[in-house]
Design a protein around this ligand. Structure first.
Ligand code: CDP
Length: 224
């Protein structure tokens, strides 16, 4: 059987994971959050008190880390860490760790391995450019930085966390800058990606737009 890949890339807080999750539910594909893997490595680096300037130690930590997905949860060395990887400390450090080539190699191998023999929707920064350059459909989802900061702010407030919107905005800008200027696999739209600006659009509207580009045909998909 010919397995399919739908790639969804874009900057922080653009709504990729919400759209990817909903889309995968609707079409019966497996959702894989590639960013969660970098977040899990970051959590381990911080837990082990490794300095973010000690690249060799960070690589050593990543090499002995076991990451797994099961039942919509991400497991770090056998323990579910869904909430821990979303904390502010992780947001602040993850892009530094994700810029390290050796760590990216480990993650990309794992991302390809867990996608094997499955139809997948994967979201991240380099899904359509590096992990799966041959993906069947590629989307690049963006929004203005103000709107992305506002969405993140609301997520934190809903979880009962006290956060400052200006802090969130500057942290998103910093992360975008590191992600898009790094030498290895920078954040950018694949030349064949469908661009969607979600500014001012609801989740339902974006989902509808994404689905309008996809046609499901006998278990397979084709781009319209
Ligand atoms: O959800 P959000 O957009 O805030 O971030 P994420 O998808 O969880 O990704 C967290 C970080 O991991 C990003 O800022 C990137 O530094 C890194 N990442 C990456 O380098 N490559 C990917 N395919 C996915 C994430």
């Amino acid at each position: 059987m010919d397995y399919k890949v739908i790639a969804i890339d874009g900057p922080a807080g653009a709504g990729k994971s919400t759209i990817a999750k909903k889309l995968s539910d609707i079409i019966g594909y497996t959702y894989i959050d590639s960013g969660a893997m970098y977040r899990a490595v970051t959590l381990k680096v911080l837990r082990e008190n490794v300095s973010l300037s000690n690249t060799e130690m960070m690589i050593a930590v990543a090499e002995k880390t076991v990451i797994d997905f099961k039942d919509n949860s991400i497991f770090l060395d056998g323990k579910a860490v869904n909430n821990e990887i979303r904390e502010e400390s992780i947001n602040k450090s993850v892009s530094i760790i994700a810029a390290i080539s050796e760590i990216r190699k480990l993650m990309v191998n794992l991302q390809r391995k867990i996608s094997k023999n499955k139809n997948v929707v994967m979201d991240g920064r380099d899904v359509g450019t590096v992990i799966f350059p041959e993906a069947d459909i590629k989307f690049y989802i963006t929004a203005t930085v103000d709107e992305r900061a506002d969405r993140r702010y609301k997520e934190f407030i809903q979880k009962g966390c006290a956060v400052d919107i200006q802090d969130i905005k500057s942290q998103i800008e910093k992360r975008d800058h590191i992600d898009s200027t790094r030498a290895d696999s920078p954040l950018k739209a694949a030349s064949d990606a469908i661009m969607i600006d979600t500014t001012g659009k609801s989740i339902e509207e974006v989902l509808e737009e994404v689905i309008s580009h996809i046609k499901i045909k006998g278990g397979g998909i084709v781009v319209i």
